[in-house]
Write a protein that binds this ligand. Structure first.
Ligand SMILES: [Zn+2]
Length: 97
């Protein structure tokens, strides 16, 4: 997580018909914002949360909540996604094949 004001200038695609706009993106989530936009998933606004909850709002009205989860806390992931440890291991195993 970065301090408030630690931002990177990025030129992001506007809505249809709007020119690309230069915006300040929180440094620690800039790679995610870049990847989403390069993948055609346009973003409207975002904030890393600076230690608390953050968000990424998409132009289509959906969004991501960013939770400070620490290092791979399965119990928290399970709480928020309903995906349990064994189910997660199963998914990872399937992905390998
Ligand atoms: Zn940050």
């Amino acid at each position: 997580m970065c301090e408030k004001g630690q931002t990177i200038k990025m030129k992001l695609i506007g809505r249809m018909g709007e020119p690309a706009r230069e915006v300040d993106i929180d440094k620690c989530i800039a790679p995610i914002i870049k990847a989403l936009n390069e993948g055609g998933i346009l973003t409207k606004s975002s904030c890393c949360g600076h230690g608390g909850d953050g968000y990424i709002l998409l132009q289509d009205g959906r969004g991501f909540l960013l939770k400070p989860l620490g290092e791979f806390p399965m119990s928290v992931i399970e709480k928020f996604t309903g995906v349990g440890k064994s189910r997660y291991a199963e998914m990872m195993e399937k992905e390998k094949k």
